[in-house]
Design a protein. Structure first.
Length: 193
């Protein structure tokens, strides 16, 4: 009889408590994550520079349809495929990498149904933090064929004005507009306590 009461009690307790959702934690794969900037060059063409060194974490709670992202970008790693442009970009007039070696993007992931669709975020660049929201154009998770764990990837984009971050040289009107893209892949952590 005592045994039956224990089973009934355990069943009642189990049904009375809501199931706790466990968020999944991911570490950004620096070999497959390359944030990039696009901006007009005198209205003639579009210059594109990508950052080659990135680290960060992503958290996804699919049951609650929430998540977060934090990406740290080495500003000196920007590459335009043009040395003079890199020298200008890392100078005190622009990214000022000597004083601000890292920029950080972090924010809350928003879902549309079961799929992440946007990030309400903040960009910290040159010591200034401003809102920069990103639209997630694509998102997919799958088992990684080599690492035998889940990997997720996304492509996101949004706009900012470089003058808002203290880069005022040649930033009047459309010249100050920068299109930020973040191409990211992240591997699920083995365990998170």
């Amino acid at each position: 009889m005592f045994y039956q009461k224990c089973i009934i009690g355990a069943f009642i307790m189990g049904t009375a408590l809501p199931a706790l959702a466990i968020a999944d934690h991911y570490t950004i794969d620096p070999e497959h994550t390359y944030p990039s900037l696009e901006f007009s060059h005198m209205g003639l063409s579009i210059w594109r520079g990508k950052f080659d060194k990135t680290t960060g974490k992503i958290v996804l709670d699919r049951a609650a349809k929430t998540g977060s992202v934090e990406i740290h970008i080495d500003t000196a790693s920007i590459d335009f495929g043009h040395q003079k442009m890199k020298e200008h970009a890392i100078s005190a007039d622009w990214l000022n990498v000597a004083k601000f070696p890292t920029m950080v993007y972090q924010g809350a992931i928003k879902f549309n149904g079961d799929v992440p669709s946007a990030v309400d975020g903040q960009l910290t660049l040159r010591g200034v933090t401003k809102p920069v929201n990103l639209k997630i154009n694509s998102f997919k998770c799958m088992p990684h064929p080599l690492f035998k764990k889940e990997v997720c990837g996304a492509d996101a984009e949004g706009d900012l004005n470089r003058a808002d971050f203290g880069m005022t040289l040649y930033s009047e009107g459309e010249a100050g507009k920068i299109h930020l893209r973040i191409q990211v892949e992240a591997l699920k952590d083995d365990a998170h306590l």
